[in-house]
Design a protein around this ligand. Structure first.
Ligand SMILES: Nc1nc2c(c(=O)[nH]1)N[C@H]1C(S)=C(S)[C@@H](COP(=O)(O)O)O[C@H]1N2
Ligand SMILES: [Mo]
Length: 549
């Protein structure tokens, strides 16, 4: 009976193929984790979800938050699916490899290196090249990401080489594990021997023994993979992504360790400042590449300005205020010589996050490239060593860990804009109440504690109008029947929030609806109509229900 028609003996080979694939996947996972950890290269379980996230529309994106447990749950789901996908792909390729190498054609064909047949070699080479090219094409926009801050143009090459190395390593492992496990003793393995002799080898025992060794080796490698992933997990953004600055003790300037944080990353960049470069490219006369020291050649400015996320609900804390130190974007652009057909800036971070803003903002004197926050080097989580601050636009546009600024001549879309956020990224004027302590947001907030009638309540809140400034704030305690001026005790500047205060003495027990309205520096009142955060940010009153007893 011919071997190839005997399924009873074929199945062990398929199992060996699957085993080789699993070991290949584990070895590859180890290589990927090590490259990510030490070289900052984004591996597919991270880069594929990152590439796909902007392609989802906002509703799907938020539905997935619901399904997987918020942004953090979704990020974990992405990584876990990636690892599962790697394992599945490993098994599929391993089994296909077994089918190819054990085929009649393969057994009859000449052997190439390592005594492995030509068809088997061609299968692996073809698979590696196909998958590599497909990944380079799919991941093209995120390939310049590098979490230790290797400059943008080098990072793309590095990522492409890494993909080939990982896939090549996978194929080599499959080949070697398969070969070691199935290698037959005696002359039958030698090229040119008649096939018949192969059938006579009692291979089953040897196969199972070597298979156990290979499985053991694979299992042992799971440990370092696990340890590396665990170390990165400790470093992950899960503990702080989405952290608001809220509470009854809000200060004019947010301390760095309480500044709100939003990041798309599972593990944020940890940029090496000496290696870091800022590349200015695109529709300019002179390409410029700035080191951290080079930045200091431009005039240094200090600027207090407030940053707010587009998904900050009314009354919620995804906004904060700091004093930033850096240089003006327009000074750097001046040195580069921007062409007349410039349309907007396309900015990229070390994490391959991309966003854009128009030349009006790019050349505004308030748009900065900053390296200090409240007199300290930028914290890692806020963009160390350098980020962009663009007052007047939502937080999304303030690129952290910035590595590249490209002047483009056509409209391009950023990470979140692709999902359908915007197109207007100018925050509407808003105000809210943070003291006494409140629960909930928007129109459904309440004071946590009941208020005794006749006592003086020290109402405090924030008001923010992007780069338009706050002219005044009024308060109502009777659901808009009457409005009284609040005292703005911290006016800030046109670029910051203002903090206000109002002494309220409720005379009678009952339920009250308390809220504020701000007027911006242009004299325009804050919009009264409620609007959700999708797609252009929330607006409306922060209506707090007070129970007076
Ligand atoms: N490189 C990079 N920049 C980024 C982001 C990011 O994920 N990566 N998130 C953006 C978003 S959505 C917001 S709201 C702000 C938050 O900045 P912060 O964490 O310093 O408050 O950074 C923006 N810049
Ligand atoms: Mo954001």
């Amino acid at each position: 009976m011919s071997w190839t028609s005997d399924w009873g003996r074929k199945i062990p080979n398929l199992l060996v193929g699957a085993l080789a694939g699993i070991v290949g996947a584990i070895v590859t996972a180890l290589a990927m984790a090590a490259s990510r950890y030490w070289l900052g290269i984004m591996p597919p379980p991270e880069s594929v979800p990152d590439r796909v996230a902007p392609l989802l529309d906002i509703d799907t994106f938020f539905d997935m938050f619901g399904t997987y447990g918020g942004y953090n749950g979704l990020k974990q789901f992405g990584i876990v699916s990636g690892l599962r996908g790697l394992l599945t792909a490993g098994i599929v390729v391993g089994v296909l490899y077994a089918i190819v190498i054990e085929s009649r054609v393969s057994r009859r064909s000449t052997k190439w290196y390592f005594g492995v047949s030509r068809p088997a070699w061609l299968f692996l080479i073809g698979a590696v090249l196909t998958v590599w090219i497909a990944f380079v094409a799919l991941l093209w926009p995120v390939l310049p990401g590098n979490y230790i801050g290797i400059p943008y143009s080098q990072a793309r090459v590095l990522s492409i080489v890494a993909l080939l190395t990982w896939f090549g390593l996978f194929a080599a492992t499959v080949m070697l594990v398969y070969r070691a496990t199935t290698q037959r003793a005696g002359p039958s393995a030698v090229e040119g021997e008649p096939e018949a002799t192969v059938e006579e080898q009692p291979v089953a025992d040897a196969v199972s023994r070597r298979g156990i060794v290979a499985a053991g080796a694979g299992a042992v490698l799971v440990w370092p993979v696990y340890r590396l992933i665990e170390r990165m997990y400790d470093d992950a953004t899960f503990t702080y992504d989405g952290r608001p600055y809220s509470g009854a003790d809000i200060q004019p300037i947010t301390p760095n360790n309480r500044f709100y944080t939003v990041t798309k990353n599972v593990v944020d960049p940890d940029v090496n400042r000496d290696r870091w470069r800022l590349e200015i490219r695109g529709a300019i006369d002179n390409d410029i590449t700035l080191s951290f020291d080079d930045l200091q050649d431009f005039e240094q400015v200090d600027q207090e300005s407030t940053l707010m996320c587009i998904s900050n609900r009314i009354g919620a804390g995804l906004f904060s205020n700091a004093v930033w130190r850096g240089v003006r974007m327009r000074d750097v652009l001046m040195a580069a010589g921007v062409h007349d057909d410039a349309f907007e800036l396309k900015l990229s971070g070390a994490d391959a996050y991309v966003d854009t803003f128009g030349m009006d903002y790019a050349t505004d004197e308030n748009t900065l490239i900053v390296y200090e926050m409240n007199s300290e080097p930028l914290p890692r989580t806020h963009g160390y060593p350098v980020r962009v601050i663009v007052p007047g636009l939502f937080g999304e546009k303030n690129i952290k860990w910035v590595t590249r600024i490209e002047v483009v001549t056509e409209d391009e879309q950023g990470f979140y804009e692709q999902q359908g956020w915007g197109p207007n990224f100018v925050p509407p004027t808003r105000s809210d109440i943070f003291r006494p302590r409140t629960l909930g947001a928007g129109q459904r907030a309440t004071f946590r504690e009941a208020i005794p009638a006749g006592t003086t309540v020290d109402l405090r809140g924030r008001a923010f109008a992007a780069d338009r400034g706050i002219r005044s704030v009024e308060v109502t305690t009777d659901d808009g029947e009457t409005w009284s001026p609040a005292t703005v005790y911290y006016p800030g500047t046109d670029l910051t929030w203002a903090l206000w205060q109002f002494q309220w003495v409720p005379a009678q027990p009952g339920e009250y609806r308390v809220y504020s309205r701000a007027v911006d520096g242009n004299g325009d009142p804050q919009p009264s109509e409620a609007r959700g955060i999708i797609p252009q940010g929330a607006q409306g009153y922060n209506i707090v229900t007070a129970t007076v007893v």
